[in-house]
Design a binder for this molecule. Structure first.
Ligand code: PGA
Length: 251
């Protein structure tokens, strides 16, 4: 059966010392506790190696928030999937709407990033989601379908089986305006149907689809209670253990 996952996305927050404190505090909070989901933290690149060393990575997976679309070479300032993997990180968030919007990441670029992540045994947490205007024009299903098709449907069935999806309606990210449990369920069921049509029901049933966008301690339980919502990608509420733990415990 597919995994339940609660993943934090720290974005560009916390310097190295602050990040290490947050990670070790979370590690302490989880010690000796049985939780009903996998826990992941997505830190800035420079935190990855120190965080991976400081925590029990069998209990908390470490994730990058991006990787390069090239394997290696003269790409000043870039960080490759191989480098990410060499830190002890095992996940990478790809296609986040902030990267698509501010850093012009296209479906073609994302396709390359996914392939490199998989080649380096990283689990991509691949983000999809419509902007407000697209939802208002009732184009949200179409938009999400092409985001998945354009970057992921070239993958073999075996490789697709390694992908985690995160549905993040852009209008809900950092706005405090979360999708309703019904809106989330409706889209997640739609996504699972597209996956079933392309890769078969077994692959669709085994793919974890997370919800992201103003998910917090007070709405997580209701969102995660939906049959097709397999967890959350959490931004703001992952920046403090007091806010993040109740989301983990919502399962
Ligand atoms: P948020 O961000 O929880 O702060 O809305 C979610 C995300 O962008 O992954």
């Amino acid at each position: 059966m597919r995994k339940k996952i609660v993943a934090g996305n720290w974005k560009m927050n916390k310097n190295l010392q602050e990040g290490l404190s947050l990670a070790t505090e979370l590690n302490e909070a989880l010690k000796g506790k049985t939780v009903n989901c996998d826990v992941v933290i997505g830190t800035p690149f420079i935190h990855l190696a120190s965080v991976a060393k400081a925590i029990d990575t069998t209990k908390i997976g470490v994730s990058a928030q991006n990787c390069a679309d090239k394997a290696s070479g003269a790409y000043t300032g870039e960080v490759s999937a191989e480098m990410v993997a060499s830190t002890g990180a095992t996940y990478v968030i790809l296609g986040h709407s902030e990267r698509r919007a501010y850093y012009h990441e296209t479906p073609e670029i994302l396709k390359e990033k996914v392939l490199l992540a998989l080649a380096n045994n990283l689990t991509p947490i691949f983000c999809i989601g419509e902007v407000l205007a697209e939802r208002e024009a009732e184009k949200h299903f179409e938009v999400v379908k092409s985001q998945i098709q354009d970057s992921l449907f070239g993958l073999s069935e075996e490789d697709f089986g390694k992908i985690v999806l995160a549905y993040e309606p852009v209008w809900a990210i950092g706005t405090g305006k979360t999708a309703t449990a019904d809106q989330a369920q409706e889209m997640h069921a739609f996504i699972r149907k597209i996956l079933a049509d392309k890769y078969g029901q077994a692959v669709a049933d085994n793919t974890s689809i997370l919800y992201g966008g103003s998910c917090n301690a007070s709405n997580a339980k209701e969102l995660f209670a939906n049959p097709d919502v397999d967890g959350g990608l959490i931004g703001g509420a992952s920046l403090g253990v007091d806010k993040f733990m109740p989301i983990i415990e919502a399962f």
